[in-house]
Design a binder for this molecule. Sequence first.
Ligand SMILES: C=C(O[C@H]1C=CC=C(C(=O)O)[C@@H]1O)C(=O)O
Length: 419
Amino acid sequence: MVVPIDDVDPWSLVRAVPSHRTWRAWRGPNGDFHLAVGHAWRMSTNGRSPALDLSDLGRMLKDTPGQIATISVAFDPKRTHQKDQIWKDFAPIEISVPEVLFQRVGGRWSLTIVADAERFETVERGAKAIHQSALTGTVPEAQIEGQVEFGTYRAEVQRALEALHNEDVSKIVMARKAEFRANSEIDHARVLRRLDERFPNCFVFAHRAGGSQSGPGAVFLGASPERLVACDSGTLHTEALAGSAGVGQSETERSELANALMKSEKDLREHHHVVDYIQEILGPITSGFELGELGVKSLKNVQHLHTPIRAKLKEGATILDAVKVLHPTSAVGGSPRERALELIAEIEGFDRGWYAGALGWMGLGDSTDGELTVAIRSAMIRKNIAELYAGAGIVVGSDPVAEDQETRVKMRALLEALE
Ligand SMILES: C=C(O[C@H]1C=CC=C(C(=O)O)[C@@H]1O)C(=O)O
C-alpha cells in the first residue's frame, strides 16, 4: 500500500522511530529521502554462513512486493566481524524489504507498508504514530563537548609503503579509527541534520541495528561524497573519486589547491588506478563505457579528483551485479584488489565493518533503478561514544605525515557535526 502523506522533516522522522526498532535512512544528492523501518523480508549473512550471491538475490528480489529493498554490504564481507564486537549487530551482507517506508521522491512524501493481513493494522498504526510524532517533534540544537583520540596511523602507512616496495601491489588504502567521547549522549538525528545541511552534494546515510526493549542499538552514519553505482532506466552511472587536497582558508586558496591537485602526479596516478580498474571490472556486465571529464569535486573540508563514468547495463543484469563486481573499489581497497584486501586485514588493527562498505537501495517490481554509496566519512555511534573512520590511498611516493593530516581533515567533517 502506497499513500501520500503530509510533508515532514526527515530527521524528526528518524528521531520519532521507537528505540527498539531497526531502521535505515538515506538522503541522496538529488534530495530524495527514504526511511525504511523494520523488515517485511530480510536476508543476511552472519559472517559464518557462505557468502550470499548478490547476483542471484537481485533476480530473486524482482518479484518481492514493495517499492524498494535496502542493501548493506560490509567493506570486506569475507573477513569482517573477527576483531571488533562493535559490528556484531551489523551483518556483513543485509538485504531488506522494509515493513514501513517513508519516502520523499521529487519533493513528494509517501508512506508504503508491506505486511500481511494479520499484522497490517498494527504496522499501519505504528507508522502513523511515527509520522504524527515527527510533525510535532523537534531535533535538539544544543552543542555537546567531548575529547577525540586519533590513535596511530603513520606506522601503518609506513608498513603499507614497505609492502608497495616489496610486493606486486600498486595501491593500498589505509584507514584509521578515532574515538570521540562526548560528555553526554549523542543525538544521531542532530548529527544527521547537520551532515544534511553541510554536505548537500553528498549521500547522507544511517542505519540503526540491534535495538531491543531495553534500549536503542548503535547507529552507523555518515556523509559520503562517493557514489558506488546508480542505475537509471538501464544506464549505469559510477565514478572514480581518488586523489585529495585541502580547501585552504579562502576561495582563492581553494581554487589554487584544486588547480595543483589537477596537476599532482601522485594524485593523478592514484586516480587513474581507480579509473582503469572500474573500466576493466565493468566489462562483463556493461557496454558502451563512457568516461566523463576529469575534474575536482569540492566539499566543505576536502577536494577530490573526480571522473564520472557511464555505461549501458547489459540485458538481464541488475544493480546487484554491478555491486558484486565494483565493490570494494580501489578508492577504498587498492589494487590488485585481493592482495590489497589481505594487506589491509594484516596491517590495520581493527575491523572496518561497514566503513567503506556499499549502502543503498534498489527498486522492486518493474523498476531496475537503484543507487548505492561507498560508506566513507562515517562513524558508529553508541550512547556518548562515536568511533570515526577515514582512510587514504597509499601509492609509491605517499608521505605518512601528509596522509596523517589528510585523514584527520576527512574526519573533521564528522567531528564538526558531532560537537
Ligand atoms: C578512503 C577514503 O577516501 C577515499 C575516497 C576519496 C579519496 C581518497 C584519497 O584521496 O585517498 C580515498 O581513496 C575515506 O575518506 O575514508
